[in-house]
Write a protein that binds this ligand. Structure first.
Ligand code: LCS
Length: 393
């Protein structure tokens, strides 16, 4: 049986392809920093690349490779690189593709630090940027310059749920020789495959849906082509952005249930989004599964499902939002997302607080926006919880 042709759920369980010499059914944790060579010549062959073998965990490790191979397979990429965090993945992409005098175009509503670091740190190295509303392809086109090297997208975006047409953006970028990277954290490869739509690189904060249990921080980058992968790998290994084997083991374990977790969370999210939208105290709801979402049709075309992230604002703005956050009893008031537990947080004062207010508002992250990451609890309990918290407003 060709394991390349098995279905998505089968890959979640069986992809990876690392055979353990002792016969362990699950790829074990190779908790080692270094690997023995049989002799000096073999060590030299491993280093020259003449023979494939493990050398040193920053450069490669079977537990980490099992996870990387699985993600590369799920995203239909050439190969993947696991990183210590999602931000290590973001910075690997930035450092690989951008240098002195070069320019990046990013979506204006990225996860706070993905935008913040470009505005604060990269100008020191002479990198230029424009953050625009990439949900409008013409806005991207307007800021393309001869030195533009990277188009950095996040779709759906954190936390505005704005959706960029990956195929259209990639076609435009290709005309100008610009590399496209998509942060696919909000959906995972189960619901969206950016490489199939024309992107060159996909990345994830694995802290979220891929691991799914809110117990590790991690990242992954998947490249469509070997040349790009080699360049990214050079940066990742030499910057020391690598993942630890124990982290990789937990992420690989969590990944096995990705589809059933997402199916359940998404089912819950659809009901919660409808409940919120019809609630008299709610001003608006942004959820790609609602007809009211500005890119509802694009979401249906590009995504396999609307996912389980919801943003909403109450009629009383921030004060009302705080009341809900302070009064939920089952949902957890915490940042992060994509775990089995429902989380609620306030982007303007938490995940996106480092973005200057003017830029934040322009990007659609209002002072009163509340973000919900819907988990896999019983939906009636989640609805009861939100209902009683809303009564306190
Ligand atoms: N990309 C997206 C879309 C994210 O949401 C995050 C983290 C990252 C990248 C960075 O990943 P990390 O280094 O944290 O693994 N998002 C967070 C959030 O919304 N709340 O807390 C963290």
């Amino acid at each position: 049986m060709n394991k390349k042709n098995i279905g998505f759920n089968s890959k979640l369980i069986h992809a990876g392809g690392i055979e353990d010499e002792k016969g362990s059914a699950v790829t074990p944790i190779y908790q080692t920093s270094t690997f023995k060579f049989k002799n000096a010549d073999q060590g030299a062959r491993f280093f020259s690349g003449e023979e494939k073998g493990y050398i040193y965990t920053r450069l490669g490790n079977p537990t980490i490779e099992d996870l990387e191979n699985t993600l590369a397979d799920l995203e239909n990429g050439y190969a993947a690189l696991a990183t210590a965090s999602g931000m290590a993945a973001v910075n690997t992409v930035y450092l690989t593709l951008l240098g002195q005098g070069e320019h990046v175009i990013g979506h204006n509503a990225l996860y706070g630090p993905s935008r913040g670091i470009m505005e604060k740190l990269y100008p020191r190295f002479g990198v230029e940027y424009d953050f625009v509303d990439c949900t409008k392809i013409e806005e991207i086109e307007k800021v393309i310059k001869p030195n533009t090297k990277l188009l950095y997208l996040e779709t759906p975006a954190n936390p505005t749920m704005g959706i960029t047409d990956i195929a259209a953006a990639s076609a435009l970028a290709k005309k100008h020789n610009i590399t496209v990277c998509v942060d696919n954290t909000f959906l995972s490869p189960y619901l969206q495959k950016p490489l199939d739509l024309g992107a060159d690189i996909v990345l994830h904060s694995m802290t979220k849906f891929i691991n799914g249990h809110a117990d590790i921080v991690g990242g992954i980058i998947i490249a469509k082509e070997k040349e790009m992968f080699d360049a990214l790998r050079y940066t990742m290994t030499n910057m020391g952005f690598n993942m630890d084997p124990h982290q990789a083991y937990l992420a690989r374990r969590g990944l096995k249930t990705l589809a059933i977790r997402i199916d359940r969370a998404q089912e819950n999210a659809k009901k919660i989004a409808e409940f919120l939208e019809s609630h008299p105290k709610v001003e608006w709801v942004l959820y790609p599964g609602l007809k009211s979402h500005p890119q509802y049709e694009l979401a249906k075309k590009q995504m396999e499902g609307p996912g389980s992230m919801i943003s909403f604002e109450l009629k009383g703005g921030l004060d009302a939002g705080k009341k809900v956050m302070d009064n939920v009893q089952l949902a957890v008031l915490a940042v992060s997302l994509g775990g089995v537990e429902t989380l609620i947080q306030h982007p303007a004062s938490m995940t996106h607080s480092k973005i200057p207010r003017g830029e934040r508002i322009e990007a659609g992250i209002s002072d009163g926006l509340v973000r919900l990451s819907v988990g896999i609890e019983d939906v009636d309990d989640l609805l009861d919880d939100l209902r009683q918290a809303l009564e306190k407003v």
